[in-house]
Design a protein around this ligand. Structure first.
Ligand SMILES: *[C@@H]1O[C@H](CO)[C@@H](O)[C@H](O)[C@H]1NC(C)=O
Ligand SMILES: *[C@@H]1O[C@H](CO)[C@@H](O)[C@H](O)[C@H]1NC(C)=O
Ligand SMILES: *[C@@H]1O[C@H](CO)[C@@H](O)[C@H](O)[C@H]1NC(C)=O
Ligand SMILES: *[C@@H]1O[C@H](CO)[C@@H](O)[C@H](O)[C@H]1NC(C)=O
Length: 457
């Protein structure tokens, strides 16, 4: 009873203060909880909403039905609304990235940003949190219904859900029978969702357009496609610059947490970086990462040549209709913003070998280098592989090849009929850069300088 009264005061007092809030004297923040506070509380979900717009980028307002009725309000029903939904909070802390994501969204578009704060329901025991997520979605749907009465169109809502938040968004979408405009799932949660029915997890029927970015599908993320398009970054499992740990799932609760969720959080950081607009991260359709790495998928012909890009462009830039479903897209990234690389296809053709061999390939552009080791088998003469290079094909200064088989059972000389480099996806279908008929002795590096100019029109 007492708790309830406290709550009532909490809910009603900010409403009374809305006029002053407009004057920016008090800013709202996402809540947090401690283990002690969590155990003491009786009411599990204390969902609150924060509003951020270009008018109050640095000072979030608490937002609820009552604040809708108040005028003036920063909320503008004729503008689209982005809804940010955070995920599981192992330690009950508030998600620290929310401000950065909201800021990046507001720099990119003049929209209403609503942040769903369900830290209380999202903290500590993961299995209990999973029990809460539909209730949170139900509460959000009540708010959306209210907003519709104030003139907001269902298709103008874009949910951005992180981890478990992606499934919350998915269930809101289910409640509105897929009429919500867009859902972006940032590494949608995997544990307890992978085998779930589409009703219970994010899936393409939840919104007019559903996209997902996968960065940790072997631990915290989901490994199956859940959207119209699914971007698998570096294969979707392990990210460059994140330490690998076999014990990741055991240490979830403790200080290493921040470190083991590096892969999982990469989806969010990449998304924020694309909102900043520094470069385009485009995905290439392919059936598996292995095929992608072998250079079997180098174009976006299924999308009439336009590769889907991570970011805010409508339907990820897909112009074909109907939009495909559960289309896997692959791309490589670097380990830090802006994350973009150039995908270079390396194709080697060797004369038949008597023994297996190992080759080291290095591409150089000034002080930037990309190195790749490659095993050559006696049974194969054509090799294709994809390399991530920091700059475009036309800026590559040299290629170096080294026959590194130092041990006696390795091949002595290797004869390359051709070594070719091309960049993809490429609209201009430029000619590959090739070097033909080279003989490389064991241990003796060979290199070739390219003389080329970039024709960036
Ligand atoms: C956090 O929740 C508690 C309990 O509902 C409430 O007393 C407090 O005002 C909230 N803090 C914020 C910043 O909303
Ligand atoms: C939790 O919130 C309170 C009040 O909102 C704040 O004083 C405190 O520093 C927060 N704790 C953490 C760990 O963020
Ligand atoms: C609301 O947004 C619309 C469209 O961007 C704009 O024309 C209008 O002036 C805005 N209203 C207010 C009160 O800012
Ligand atoms: C995006 O740009 C903002 C402002 O310039 C900057 O503070 C932020 O670090 C950038 N974020 C990323 C991920 O590039």
């Amino acid at each position: 009873m007492i708790l309830l009264c406290v709550l009532m005061v909490c809910i009603t007092s900010p409403v009374a203060g809305v006029e002053e809030r407009q004057g920016d004297d008090e800013c709202a923040d996402i809540n947090n909880t401690t283990w002690r506070g969590y155990r003491q509380q009786r009411l599990k979900l204390q969902v609150q909403y924060l509003l951020l717009t270009r008018g109050n980028v640095d000072c979030a307002q608490t937002f609820n039905q009552e604040s809708l009725a108040k005028q003036p309000s920063y909320f503008n029903a004729s503008r689209p609304t982005k809804v940010i939904v955070h995920g599981y909070r192992a330690l009950g802390s508030k998600p620290s990235w929310v401000k950065e994501l909201a800021g990046a969204l507001l720099r990119a578009q003049d929209v209403n940003v609503l942040v769903v704060d369900w830290v209380y329901g999202a903290s500590f025991a993961y299995n209990l949190v999973v029990e809460n997520y539909k209730e949170v979605a139900l509460q959000i749907s009540v708010l959306i219904n209210q907003l519709q009465k104030h003139g907001c169109k269902l298709e103008s809502f874009h949910f951005i859900g992180i981890s478990l938040g992606a499934h919350v968004a998915g269930f809101v979408g289910t409640l509105f029978e897929g009429k919500i405009g867009r859902i972006t799932g940032l590494d949608p949660a995997g544990p307890m969702f992978k085998g779930a029915d589409t009703y219970d997890r994010l899936d393409p029927s939840d919104a007019q357009f559903v996209e997902a970015i996968h960065t940790d599908s072997d631990y915290f993320g989901i490994s199956i496609p859940v959207g119209h398009v699914d971007f698998f970054l570096n294969g979707g499992k392990d990210q460059t610059g994140c330490a690998r740990s076999r014990f990741a799932s055991i240490f979830v609760y403790f200080p290493v947490y921040g470190y083991v969720i590096c892969d999982h959080m990469r989806a969010l950081h990449v998304y924020m970086s694309t909102l900043n607009g520094s470069c385009l991260l485009k995905g290439i359709p392919c059936s598996s990462y292995e095929d992608f790495l072998k250079g079997h998928c180098v174009d976006c012909d299924v999308f009439r040549g336009t590769c889907p890009a991570i970011g805010l462009s409508g339907n990820s830039g897909i112009a074909i209709s109907p939009i495909p479903k559960e289309q896997k897209l692959f791309l490589l990234t670097t380990s830090s913003p802006p994350f973009c690389v150039h995908h270079i296809l390396l194709k080697l053709e060797v004369s038949p070998l008597g023994k297996s061999a190992e080759v080291e390939v290095t591409l150089r552009t000034e002080d930037l280098g990309t190195e790749q080791r490659l095993r050559l088998q006696t049974s194969t003469t054509v090799y294709r592989m994809v390399l991530a290079h920091p700059v475009a094909l036309c800026e590559i200064d040299s290629i170096k090849l080294k026959n590194t088989g130092a041990r006696f059972y390795r091949q002595g000389d290797i004869h390359f009929n051709s070594v070719c480099l091309s960049e993809f996806p490429s609209l201009r279908r430029e000619e590959p850069l090739c070097v033909n008929n080279i003989n490389i002795r064991r241990g003796a590096p060979w290199s070739h300088d390219f003389v080329q100019v970039c024709d960036f029109f």
